[in-house]
Write a protein that binds this ligand. Structure first.
Ligand code: SF4
Length: 97
């Protein structure tokens, strides 16, 4: 896997739930994903960064999240989270569906 992808994962927002999609700290809170796709994205008011709070399960829902990925002005939504080992002490429970 290329270095940029590993770097992105290491910069993920802590509140992302483990899974395929995640947001990095490059988020500038433009508001797009957590207003248009609230089913999967929330805003962390403390940090001002969006995060994935619910991982999509169906092909349709994954497509909706990919739409947000392609429209994110900071290119900080990634879809390779399942290629990494998430810390076991992550306090944010995985939600999929
Ligand atoms: S679309 Fe990108 S920059 Fe905008 S709030 Fe979502 S993750 Fe942040």
């Amino acid at each position: 896997m290329n270095k940029d992808k590993i770097l992105a994962f290491n910069h993920r927002v802590a509140r992302n739930v483990p899974g395929h999609f995640y947001v990095t700290d490059a988020c500038n809170n433009c508001g797009l994903c957590h207003t248009k796709a609230q089913k999967w994205f929330h805003l962390d008011g403390g940090t001002g960064k969006a995060y994935v709070w619910h991982q999509p399960a169906t092909a349709h829902d994954k497509g909706e999240v990919h739409k947000m990925m392609s429209q994110c002005p900071k290119h900080c939504i990634h879809d390779n989270g399942d290629k990494f080992e998430w810390p076991k002490d992550n306090p944010f429970k995985k939600r999929v569906g």
